[in-house]
Design a binder for this molecule. Structure first.
Ligand code: UTP
Length: 290
């Protein structure tokens, strides 16, 4: 049995890249086909054995709480009209408890994680960001939890990205590699030039609770935000933080192009939509097939 039972999902950001859609609607509620992005993340946490999730919310994020609540009126209506397959989709899983805390101001991801410190207490915990959806045989978070159970060390999930995109990510400067696991010399947030590698931190982490010591300092970093990566870097100086190159395909849904491409790819993987989309693309000459 793993010790990792609690997870934080930060969802208090302003979502400026999706404005005006996110003026009154949380970015985390934008759907890929018919499911809000945050639900993919919650499912991954449940499938990885997480029992308690705390979602860090902020102003204008009420729809997230409503979404994970049971809607008795809707469920009654679906039962009465015998729409049992849809009922299945809207009924809330009882396999997990979802809690909420408000980040009073969106001061940065590090500050959002710090806001959940009382809920976590003195235990190791997971963090999942909604900007990445991962499709994999073993859930991405479960891969990290297995590595934590083996080592007892904090772990960040990484994947390789093209070098010209490294400035968008936290990047790992590694000392050595053993299979998929890297010991890390330094974590660098959004390097402007000379990235030390192309291993980018994706939105999956396992931390020992000592991380909060550094988050409590509220130091501002890149973009004048309280960066999570800066505290990870501090933790790594006193207690190793590993990087783990997880197996799976990662979909970047935190920016508009990635979001559109993910929607298209998920639709093409779905038998309900595959054929009409392929026909549409062919008829308008977007593919080379006849
Ligand atoms: P992002 O930078 O991707 O989200 O943060 P954002 O700030 O909402 O988006 P843009 O850049 O304005 O378009 C990564 C994750 O951290 C959360 C966000 O909600 C997102 O899930 N976050 C970020 C917080 O919870 N609080 C913050 O202060 C900042």
């Amino acid at each position: 049995m793993s010790n990792i039972k609690k997870a934080i999902i930060p969802a208090a950001g302003l979502g400026t890249r999706f404005l005006p859609a996110t003026k009154a609607m949380p970015k985390e509620m934008l759907p890929i086909i018919d499911k809000p992005t945050i639900e993919y993340i919650v499912e991954e946490a449940i499938n990885s054995g997480i029992e308690d999730i705390i979602i860090v919310t902020g102003k204008g994020k009420r729809a997230i709480e409503d979404h994970f609540d049971n809607n008795f009126e809707l469920e009654h209506h679906l039962k009465k009209s015998n729409k049992l397959d849809i009922l299945d989709k809207v009924h809330q899983s009882s396999n997990v408890n979802i809690h909420y805390i408000r980040q009073k101001e969106p001061l940065g991801l590090g500050h959002a994680v710090w806001s959940a410190r009382k809920f976590i207490g003195n235990e190791p915990f997971a963090v999942l960001l909604g900007d990445d959806i991962v499709k994999s045989d073993t859930p991405c978070l479960k891969q990290l939890i297995d590595k934590y159970d083996e080592t007892g060390l904090s772990i960040v999930g990484v994947q390789e990205v093209p070098y010209d995109e490294t400035k968008r990510y936290g990047i790992v400067d590694f000392l050595n590699k053993n299979g998929n696991t890297y010991e890390v010399r330094k974590f660098v947030e959004k390097p402007i030039d000379n990235p030390p590698s192309n291993l980018a931190i994706m939105g999956r982490y396992i931390f020992n609770p000592e991380l909060f010591t550094y988050l409590s300092e509220h130091k501002k970093g890149a973009g004048q935000e309280i960066q999570l990566t800066d505290s990870i870097e501090e933790l790594n100086k006193v207690q190793k933080v590993l990087a783990y190159n997880f197996e799976g395909k990662r979909y970047d849904v935190g920016e508009v192009t990635g979001f559109i491409l993910t929607t298209l790819e998920f639709a093409l993987m779905d038998e309900r939509y595959k054929l009409p989309i392929e026909n549409y693309l062919r008829e308008r000459g977007y593919t080379n097939e006849n």
